[in-house]
Design a binder for this molecule. Structure first.
Ligand code: SAM
Length: 248
């Protein structure tokens, strides 16, 4: 079942002004690209890129009727329906193979973004760049990219209106890098983000560490079964390795 994300989207935005989050996504689109924006409530992103002459062609895909109608009226109002094609459908089913060279999926959870990519894998034929903006669980996407030979080439973490967002940019890779323990932490934190360690990154992971410590505290109150012992060890391992990264 497809659930509408609980994150509010589209507030204070229009075709000339995007949120800091969506503007950062837009900045990763190549000039004259052919894009698909999947989950394109109001079609703000393709409208902005079209009005600013940044793209040649766009598909704005929406599964839910309300956002689909909003996207249709936005594109109609701007008179850009020759370039931005609003289509109703689930995930990548709204595009054909080779139709676009960029796929953008923003403002959803990492699990849903991964499901959309996995279900529509054959539609990625001809796609050169993925721009993905998970609200949570970015690690799921990094794991999917790695397993499917997409190379992560940029990452951004930013804070806007008290929320922290990650943006992942990937291009076709060769899948020649083996998994190691080091990779496990990189997949969780983001290889570029853990190197840069900006204030949003530190804030996010300090907050995660605090919630893991609360979980650990609950395990400590519980009866020590083998299962609880293993889970406790796992949480301690996580806390120690992430604390080490942010304090380095
Ligand atoms: N991409 C915009 C942004 O980042 O501001 C809108 C984000 S909004 C929170 C998520 C949108 O994705 C909603 O309009 C929702 O209807 C749509 N959506 C959720 N699941 C989808 C799916 N499987 N296929 C297409 N659209 C989907």
């Amino acid at each position: 079942m497809i659930k509408k994300s609980l994150h509010k989207c589209g507030e204070n935005m229009n075709e000339t002004k995007l949120s800091k989050r969506l503007k950062t996504v837009a900045d990763f689109v190549h000039k004259d690209a052919r894009i698909a924006d999947i989950g394109s409530d109001h079609a703000y992103l393709p409208s902005y890129l079209c009005v600013n002459n940044q793209i040649r062609y766009a598909v704005a895909g929406e599964v839910n009727d309300g956002p689909y109608q909003s996207a249709l009226s936005q594109v109609h109002r701007l008179g850009i329906s020759g370039t931005v094609h609003v289509r109703k459908g689930n995930g990548l089913e709204v595009i054909s193979p080779q139709e676009v060279d960029h796929v953008i999926i923003a403002g959803m959870g990492g699990a849903l973004i991964t499901e959309i990519l996995e279900t529509g894998r054959e539609k990625l034929d001809g796609v050169k760049r993925l721009i993905l903006q998970p609200n949570v669980m970015a690690d799921r996407i990094r794991i999917w990219l790695k397993k499917n030979d997409w190379e992560l080439i940029h990452e951004v973490i930013l804070e806007e209106d008290d929320k922290i967002y990650e943006i992942l940019v990937a291009e076709r890779g060769y899948g020649d890098k083996p998994y190691t323990d080091q990779c496990e932490l990189e997949l969780l934190l983001g290889p570029f983000l853990m190197h840069e360690k900006n204030s949003a990154f530190i804030k996010k992971w300090k907050s995660e560490i605090n919630s893991w410590k609360r979980i650990l505290n609950q395990f400590e109150q519980a009866k020590e079964t083998e299962e609880v012992k293993l889970k406790k060890e796992e949480v301690i391992r996580l806390i120690t390795s992430v604390e080490e990264v942010i304090s380095r």
